[in-house]
Every structure is written in C-alpha cells, then in structure tokens.
Design a binder for this molecule. Sequence first.
Ligand code: C2E
Ligand code: CA
Ligand code: CA
Length: 692
Amino acid sequence: MNRFGIKRQSRILIVDDDPGTIRVLAEILKDLGKIHFTTKGSEAMDMALSISPDFIILDVEMPDMNGIDICDLIKSNPAFKDVPVLFVTGHNDIDLETRALTAGAIDFIQKPPHANVVEQRVKNYLALKLRTDHLQKLAQAVEQSSDSMVITDIDANIEYVNSTFSRNTGYSREEVIGKNPRILSSGKTSLETYRSMWANLAMGQEWRGELINRRKDGSEYIESAVISPIRQEDGRITHYLAVKSDITDQKFAQGEIQRLGYFDSLTQLPNRRQFQDRIGQTLASIQRSKLHSAVLVADLDAFKVINDTLGHSVGDRLLLEISTRLRQNCLRAHDLLARLGGDEFAILMDDLDDDYAEAAGQAKSLAAKVLKAIEQTITLDGVVHQATASIGIYLLSGNPEETIDDAMKRAEVAMYRAKAAGRNCLSFFDPKIQVELERQASLELDLRNALGNQQLQLAFQPQFDTSKKLTGAEVLMRWVHPQRGMVSPAEFIPIAEACGAIVPMGQWILGAACDQLNKWNARQGWEKFRLSVNVSPRQLREADFVPNVIATVASSGIAPENLMLEITESGVLEDIEGSIAKMNQLKKVGITFSMDDFGTGNSSLSNLKRLPLTELKIDQSFVRDIGIDPNDEIIVKTIIAMGQSLGMHVIAEGVETTVQEEMLRKHGCTNFQGYLFGRPMPSGEFDVAFAL
Ligand code: C2E
Ligand code: CA
Ligand code: CA
C-alpha cells in the first residue's frame, strides 16, 4: 500500500531471447504485477533504468549477452542492489548456478517454466522485497532522525544506536554496542528519576523524563527522553527503544527567562524579588530550626558621584567588580548574595548560631569582610578608584508575625544609620530605634489630620530692638495632640516636611498669622508691628508658592511690609535661581525676608548678596555658647559685621542671659529674641503682656 492506501502494482522485468518463454511467463505472472520485457540482453540495463523494476527474470543464455553479465551490470547500480533477480535456465549446471548466485541472483527456475512453482516463488520473493523496502525506509528514518535513538535488549545492553546518537554523545556505534547506557551517566540525574523510569518500564509502560548525561568529552547535557518497551506479537517485551533529544539549549533559554525576572541583568546576581522570596522561606524555616538568620544590606557610599562624573559605564564596571569580589571572597556556601538595585547589595545569611550574641558576631564578621572587599582599590582604564559601603544588619527575630517587608526595612534602617554614622561602617538594627520609628509613623498619621481636626495653634515670641522696644514677633506652630498633649515642633515639623503635610500646614499658619497681624496693626502705635512666619524649604519649592502668599496677604488686608518670611539657607540653596526669582516677586509687593538659622549652612557671600534679604538671624547655637566657646564670639561678630555691610539688620535668637545680650550689643547686634525677653505665647497672653 502506498500512502494513499492503494497497493502499488509491482513491476516485473523479463529478459529472454525466446518470445515463447516470455509469453508463458507473462501469462503466469500477470496477476502479480505489470510485465515489461525484452528479447535483447543488451537492452536489459536501459529498461531497468527506465521502469525501475521490483523483480527481474533473466535468461541465462542469450545470443548477444549472457544473463550472468547482465546481472553483474544491473547489480553494480546501487538502485538495484536489493531487486531480486531470478534466472531461467535449461540446464542443470552447478558451475553456472554458482556463478549466477555470486553475481547476485536469488534463485533459479527451470525451462519450461512450471506455472505454480514460478508463480509461488515470484510471489514469495516479491513479498520479501516489499518488506525489505519497508524496513529500509524505517531504517533510514531512524538513522536520519534528528533525535538520538538507542535500542537495548531486555537487560539494557545496547544493540543499536543511530548516527544522531553518535553525533550527540561522541561515542561511535562500535564503542557502545553491547554496553549499558549508564556509560552516559553524569551522576546528576536524581535517583528518583531512575526509579520512576524502571518502575514504568517494568510494568511495560512508556516513560518520559529528563536525564542529565555526560558526553565522551566529559561535557554535560540535558536530554528529554521517551523510553518504550518493544513488544513482540505474542506480547513479550524483548527490547527497549529510547528516543532522546538534547534540550540543553532550550533549558538554558528557559533559564534566561527565569533570570530576567529573578536575576539582575548587569551582575547576574539574584535580584530584589528573589532575595525577598528567600527571606520568606527563611522566615518560615526559622520557626522550626530556631537558628538565627541575618539580612545584611550594603549600600555604596558616594556611588552617585562616580556615576555622574565618570559615566554609567564606569559605574557599571565598578558594580560588576564589586559583585565578583563579594561572590568570591565573602560568602559561605549557602549565603545568598543579591543586588537590590542601584548601588545596593544584600546578603541573606542562614543557619547562624542559635544564640543571639553568637549569631550577631557571625553576621558582623561577614559584614567586616564585605567592607574590606569593597574597600580594595579598583583600577578602571588606568584610574584607581576606591569605594566604601555602609552596611546595615538585621537578625530575623523569629517572631511569627514578622514579614518580609519588616526584615528588609529594618536592615535598611540600620544601613542608613551606618551612613549617618560616617560611612564605611556597619550598624545593627536596634529595637529601640524601631520603637522610635513606629512613634514617628503614628505621629505622621495623626499629623495628616491635625489641621482638619483643628489641633494646630499659633504661638508668638516677641522681638525687640536695642532700645528694648517691641518691634514684632515670630510665629511658631503648636500642635495640641489629643493623647500626647503638646508636641514640640522640633519633633513634628521634620515629619511634616518628610510627608508633605507641611505645605497645607504652612499655608494655614500664614493665613492665621495675617489675620492676627491685621488685628494688631489696627491698634494705635502698632501700625508697624511685624510678624515673622517660618517658611519650610518644601513650601518654597511649591510652584504656586508666590501666588498663594500674594493671595493670602491680599485677602487679609494687611500691609505687606509688616509680614516677614523666615527662610533657611538650605531651603534657598536647593534651587538658588528659583528661590531668588520667587523672593524678588514677593519683595515687589512689599514682603520682606529674614535668613533664619544663619551661620549653620554654607551659603557663600556671593549668594547672600543676590538674595533680597532685610534681616539676618544669628542661629541660637552661636548665641548659646557665647562666653563658653571663644570661636562662637568670633562667628557672631563676623555675622553682625557682614549683615551691616550688606545693609541688613541682624537679630539674635535664643538670647537667654544678659551676658549674651551684652556681648551681642557690644558687637553691634540691633535686634533680640529669646527667653530673656519673652517666651513664645498664645495671642491672648501676648495681648496681656504687651498690648494692653
Ligand atoms: P526656629 O525657627 O529656629 O524657631 C526658634 C525656636 O527656638 C523655637 O522653638 C523657639 O521656641 C525657640 N526659642 C526661642 N527663644 C529661645 C531661647 O531663649 N532658648 C531656647 N533654648 N530656645 C528658644 P520651637 O517653637 O520649638 O520651634 C522649633 C522649630 O520648629 C523652629 O525653629 C522652626 O524651625 C520650626 N517651626 C516652628 N513653627 C514653624 C512653622 O510655623 N513653620 C515652619 N516651617 N517651621 C516651624
Ligand atoms: Ca524661625
Ligand atoms: Ca532659627
């Protein structure tokens, strides 16, 4: 049958110089196939080539060419080497028969041909030919398959391998025939895999799986295998067939996919996601083991400077070099090193001692190694670099409620503390700090509602000139917390800055201050009374800061000259040009500015000259140490002289003693604020003290 399901008619070629014999043979064989014939031996080869016969019948003795020579000729063509040739002979000549068989004939028939014998014989040979054709095709398919194929006997001795097998493994057919396939074993396939394989095969079932094998040259590869038992017709299993394909590349590609989601692409280290997953596993396992584990976060110091000045490719190479060093020099066998992103690396250390202090010691010594590895100089393009890092360490608590997030955050808090402590050092997470952080977090939550819940109030601290005449007051914010009572601005202002709540709070206090100023300016003799309102850097940065202030001032109806805004050096320096522009716009409508906490920042004299300032406010830290630290007196003197030369008046804050006051006066300070003159107080109290 061909692939269309039609049995192809066999082609039979008869070569005989006697037309009578041809006629008889054609009659006998007509049902077995299509008959082609010739009476000339010399035409036999051409006919064979043109019809491609499945069977050839040759007369031994012909006048032009004898049958044995014809057989030789035809058989020398590979296309016909498997085509059965049957001789027809009139003699019983052993010698002739031997020659014919040597030339490739399969059998003889006698003249005159006996119908039944001839028919049966040709039929058998044709059937045999069909089977050989079939088998050959099968063999070719097996041989040329891109899969590796191995046939073993029931005892797993190799009987056959195809050429793909030899190509893939490097073993020739001769080297493996009779051997057990375990010669390929790398020792890395799990026992479980082999167990399931033999269990399946023993039950006569096919097995599919993956094997990690080793080639003749020692290299390893992964193959996907299908092993099936080969059954005989009676059901007996006599052989096994393994069809295997090399999936090493595919595995690698899948690995790449995993790597993309789970690994950092620059350093190939596990990324933050994988690191956090591992912390999750660790948190679960320490419940049982009671051993300690530590999370170590290392952040390079000043890496941004390298990136910005030398370019990202130098930065990348530095990170790569550091990751290699950490991997090679710092890790114990099962420590996990990861790159969390940017210049932040992390190590998860499992199986530390069950004693907390011991475990902390182990973590500390690893951290010290990390610091040292990073500290070693790195030469890139002939330039020597030296990096340092700040390391935070957190020992997982074993508390079942602890989350991955907690662990990461705590290690990071410790790292920031190391940075604050001066870099190139390590710091452990301290539970006391945690309490403080939690307090800040809850304050932040309350602070967001403080304004809406009307918990904010204003305090006014009086300011005086040299003749002790009241000139104005600084407005200071107060927060009356329902549970905590009065919370100091020193505590809540930084939180409000960090979370942004300072912006609406500052806007509100400006409005409330203007309303109060309006009332006081309406009093006789108080027309020039001034209020100073603190402006946070965050407020100054807001795009609509200028229009907001102008609108507030306008709607309150105050004289803008009586409003002074206190800004800080750091706030201005964040964006010096933008700040100057904004200040000038406000100065145009009459609002004045004071430079708060002066002396603590590092603004240059040239910057100071460009700012439209009316007042310099000497920071209270210098005032406090007057008479104690001689340097402070020099600083105070310098500030006052500087202010005078720039045409500003100078106010000292935090004046608590007459000694301080005297010294300030001596150097030419014109304005004063401090507990010596008056504490910050609510407006009602202020009225009682000064206005009434
Ligand atoms: P600041 O602007 O430097 O305010 C001066 C601080 O010194 C005030 O603290 C004041 O009460 C305190 N003080 C005044 N005289 C003396 C003295 O003789 N001795 C001592 N030891 N301290 C004195 P306060 O009210 O706790 O405010 C702290 C800081 O909070 C302020 O420092 C300011 O930076 C910020 N702040 C307060 N109110 C506001 C506000 O409405 N907006 C903004 N943005 N910040 C504010
Ligand atoms: Ca101030
Ligand atoms: Ca101040």
